[in-house]
Structure formats: structure tokens, C-alpha cells
Ligand binder design. Structure first.
Ligand SMILES: [Zn+2]
Ligand SMILES: [Zn+2]
Length: 271
């Protein structure tokens, strides 16, 4: 019998909780206010409530909120769709990066090492509504790859973390091997839309050993944020060039075009 008697299990449990709290500080990943992760994740309810979702009704293809025409009816022509070539079947995002706490949520995952935030983001992404053919056809999630340099610096790929958390909800596998960065690109944040396209064109490829498996598949590209779509279009085009049939795109955040609104404090675009 233990010299500490019957109190030991309780004492160990208490010690266990203390050690866990040292490893996982009970603070919100976004606002740092005291917060128990047991309440539903590493982001506190107040910060979650501050996320501004993309409004409805949305374009059935690109998921952009439809602008009301001057006469109050909904316009058929979606301007945001024009940036997506026909090889992109559908695009969906949960929230605006700005206004609201969508931006800070992404920032916590991407720049502050709060990898558990990916689970919170994936939970919201899992509830996105898609055209029925996308749900029926999606074969796998493909996380947007980071350059080797960025992956070394960060220690993880945030898109891979999101994809890993989203895959069980959708019942599809993650294929991180399906797409590679084949050249380094400079940060997109200070580039014009056309410079962004030039910067990322040819930056991705399906590795030769992956081509047989992606052949004919409808794949879903996963990223944390979409801004102009230039990076996602380049990645989707590379998947199709490597044999995929169609690509849909899912992100947590959607940022307004840099040219049409105030610039952000930090770089949402990967490099
Ligand atoms: Zn918070
Ligand atoms: Zn659209």
C-alpha cells in the first residue's frame, strides 16, 4: 500500500491537471483572456462570437456574398467568380479576415504557434454548404504546400493542420503528397494583383509519383486564407496539369482585395 494512502489517486489527478495547464495555458489563443479549453477549444466564446461570417445569400460557385442591385434584386453576375478559371468548381470560406476576429484567429494559428486553433477553424469549415456534386465527388483534401524554407521557419504547415482536422468530418483522406512547391516565391503582400499572378504561376506541381493517384479526381485545396485567389488558382492549375479533373477550394478566411480596401497589419499570404 502506498505510504500516502487513499488520497494518492486524487493527488495525482490534481497534479496531472496542473501539469496539463502548464503545457496548455488556460488562456484564449486570440485575446489571451483566461479561458478553459474544455469550454470548446482554445479560442474563447467571446472571440468566436466576434468572427464575422460571409453573409448570405452567396454565389453558388465562389461563395461570395451576392451584392444587391440598385433596384434591390440580387445580381446574377458575380464579379468574384471571374478570377476563378473553369477548372475551379467551387470556393467556400467561413469568415472575413476583417472586420471581426477572423483575422486574429488565423494569425494565432499561422504566426503564434497555436496549432490547436486549426481544430476550431476546421469545425466551422466542416459546416460549409457545397453544391451536391462537390460533396459527391470530393476525393481528398490537398493542403496548400509551404516552401521548404517557410516550413522550416514555422515548424508546421497551417494548411496541413486544418486539413487533418477537417478530413474526418468530411470522411475523405488528406493527400499532402499531391502538390509541391517547385520554386520559392516572394511575399505576396506588397504585390499588385497582376504581380501576384506572375509570382505564383509555375510555383506548384504534382510530383511524378503522385500523378497516377490524382488522375481524374475532384480535389479540394485547403488553405487558411484566400485573398486575390492568385495562389489558389496557380495551385489548382498545377493539380489539373498533373491529372486532376476539377478542384474546389476551401479556406477559413477570406480577405478583401488589397487594391480595394485598407491594407492589413500583417501578411496573410504565404510566401
Ligand atoms: Zn478570446
Ligand atoms: Zn461567384
Amino acid at each position: 500500500m502506498s505510504p500516502w494512502g487513499r488520497g494518492v489517486p486524487t493527488a495525482l489527478r490534481t497534479l496531472g491537471a496542473g501539469v496539463r495547464d502548464l503545457l496548455l495555458p488556460p488562456a484564449c489563443a486570440v485575446c489571451r483572456a483566461p479561458h478553459r479549453p474544455e469550454a470548446g477549444g482554445v479560442v474563447c466564446p467571446r472571440c468566436l462570437a466576434g468572427v464575422v461570417p460571409l453573409a448570405w445569400p452567396q454565389c453558388a460557385r465562389c461563395g461570395h456574398p451576392e451584392p444587391a442591385a440598385a433596384d434591390g434584386t440580387w445580381s446574377d453576375a458575380c464579379r468574384w467568380c471571374r478570377r476563378w478559371p473553369s477548372l475551379v468548381r467551387a470556393v467556400r470560406s467561413v469568415a472575413w479576415m476583417d472586420p471581426g476576429t477572423g483575422g486574429p484567429v488565423v494569425h494565432a494559428l499561422k504566426y503564434e504557434g497555436w496549432t490547436a486553433v486549426a481544430v476550431v477553424m476546421a469545425r466551422a469549415m466542416a459546416r460549409l454548404a457545397w453544391p451536391p456534386d462537390v460533396v459527391a465527388e470530393r476525393a481528398a483534401l490537398v493542403p496548400m504546400p509551404l516552401s521548404a524554407v517557410r516550413q522550416r521557419e514555422r515548424g508546421y504547415n497551417q494548411a496541413e493542420r486544418i486539413a487533418a482536422a477537417l478530413a474526418p468530418a468530411w470522411g475523405v483522406p488528406v493527400w499532402p503528397w499531391a502538390l509541391r512547391r517547385v520554386r520559392h516565391t516572394v511575399s505576396q503582400v506588397r504585390l499588385t494583383p497582376s504581380e501576384r499572378v506572375a509570382n505564383v504561376t509555375g510555383a506548384f506541381a504534382v510530383p511524378p509519383e503522385g500523378m497516377a493517384r490524382v488522375a481524374g479526381a475532384h480535389l479540394v485545396l485547403v488553405d487558411d486564407v484566400v485573398t486575390t485567389g492568385a495562389t489558389a488558382v496557380a495551385a489548382a492549375a498545377a493539380l489539373v496539369a498533373g491529372g486532376a479533373r476539377l478542384v474546389s477550394v476551401v479556406t477559413y478566411g477570406r480577405a478583401p482585395d488589397p487594391g480595394t480596401s485598407a491594407p492589413f497589419d500583417y501578411d496573410f499570404d504565404r510566401t
